[in-house]
Every structure is written in structure tokens, then in C-alpha cells.
Write a protein that binds this ligand. Structure first.
Ligand code: SME
Length: 222
């Protein structure tokens, strides 16, 4: 386990060394400013590359997944709301939830360990309160998060009402994207985003979010 941790740390430093070098000058910036989106950012590709660059220093020097997922969900959520071209603050097309569901095996031993079957537990998020857990026991699993977790594949859902088994944590959600957190062959959990607009997310968001989940996974000890 200790060797695995060192391996992941090395992978993170090697993968992101160029970014870490380029952004050292930003260290003095207040953390909240990471979620600002400059006006010149217009396309989704530019936006996701900007968010990625802001996330690298926020994760630097911290390996605890609770802390890192908390900052990652806040950065993504607030940056999306500040990205006027495609998302908020127009309430009709805003992102209304961004957060993580994590395999209960990653949490400290708790009452949950007596429960039969496998579950994802609610992790750090931004938005309104949401379901505490998601069942991922084969045969009982249901919903977008469970499907992304069990198939280890991103689920892009343009209309949640036509997705069989969708779990409505918020009746106002119209579309959703869920990316698995992949650590080699292991799936640690998912990153879930909800939007108030139909077809709020597209393949560009998928590409950007998958890159971000890779960064987050390598930045943490699990
Ligand atoms: N809609 C998800 C449940 C999680 S909430 O959206 C935050 C699903 O179907 O799995």
C-alpha cells in the first residue's frame, strides 16, 4: 500500500511537472480566485484546459482525497457557473450539482461496513443536498452513477427523464454527465455533474472532465 502511494505520487509529479512549473507564480493568488473565468475563454476546450491548470496547484502538497475532492468539486462547479458562454448564471442552463460518489471501501470503517452489498457513498460536492448512497450491487444497481461505475465508462445523459433507472436527487435536473474515477483497472467512484438544461453537456465536457478525473485520481492516496 505504501509503495502504491509512492508510485501514484511519482506518477502525479511526472505527469504534471510542466504545469506545476508554469504555475508556481500563482501560489500567492487567493484560493477562491481559481474559479474565476477570464472573458477571453470562449470555447469549452479553452475552458476545460483553464480549469485543469487551476486545479493542479490546488492539489499540490495534499494527498488526502477528502480535501482534494472538496476543492475539485468547488472549482469545477464555480468555474462552470462563471463560464457565461455555455453555463450559468442564467438559471435555465446552470449547472446545479457537481460532486463525487466514492466506493464505500475507500471510507474509514463505519456502520456502513455491516451493510450487505456494495455502495457508493456521497463524497465532497457543491449544490443542494443529495442521495447519501448509490447501490452498486450487481442485480440491485440502478441509475447513471451506478452504470458509469459498473461499466467504467462515462455516461452522457442529454435527458434524464428518458434514462431508465435515473435517480432524481433534484427534480429540477434535466441532463447529467458521470465520469468514473479510474485507477488502472480499479474504479474508485464517480464524478457527477447535473444541469438545469436539456443536453447541457457534450463530448467536449466529457473530454475535459475525463482529463480532470485522471488528475484527481493520481493526486490522492486512496
Ligand atoms: N442522478 C444520479 C444520482 C445522483 S444525483 O444526481 C446527485 C443517478 O442517477 O445516479
Amino acid at each position: 500500500m505504501a509503495f502504491e502511494g509512492i508510485g501514484l505520487r511519482l506518477r502525479f509529479l511526472l505527469l504534471h511537472r510542466h504545469h506545476l512549473r508554469r504555475i508556481t507564480h500563482k501560489r500567492e493568488m487567493p484560493h477562491a480566485d481559481s474559479s474565476l473565468v477570464p472573458d477571453e475563454i470562449q470555447t469549452k476546450a479553452q475552458f476545460w484546459s483553464h480549469v485543469y491548470m487551476q486545479l493542479v496547484p490546488l492539489l499540490d502538497g495534499q494527498r488526502n482525497w477528502v480535501s482534494n475532492l472538496a476543492n475539485a468539486s468547488s472549482l469545477i462547479y464555480n468555474a462552470l457557473l462563471a463560464f457565461r458562454t455555455h453555463f450559468g448564471p442564467d438559471p435555465g442552463r446552470s449547472v446545479n450539482w457537481c460532486g463525487f460518489y466514492i466506493d464505500s471501501a475507500c471510507f474509514p470503517k463505519s456502520a456502513d461496513s455491516n451493510i450487505e452489498g456494495r455502495r457508493l457513498l456521497l463524497g465532497p460536492f457543491c449544490g443542494k443536498p443529495a442521495c447519501q448512497f448509490i447501490n452498486v450491487t450487481p442485480g440491485k444497481a440502478r441509475g447513471v452513477c451506478a452504470d458509469a461505475f459498473m461499466h467504467a465508462k462515462t455516461k452522457l445523459v442529454p435527458d434524464v427523464d428518458s434514462y431508465p433507472g435515473h435517480i432524481a436527487c433534484d427534480g429540477e435536473t434535466k441532463s447529467e454527465i458521470v465520469c468514473p474515477l479510474l485507477n488502472g483497472n480499479q474504479v474508485l467512484g464517480v464524478l457527477d455533474l447535473d444541469c438545469l438544461a436539456i443536453a447541457g453537456f457534450d463530448e467536449d465536457d466529457q473530454k475535459g472532465l475525463e482529463r480532470i478525473t485522471e488528475l484527481v485520481v493520481t493526486a490522492c492516496d486512496w
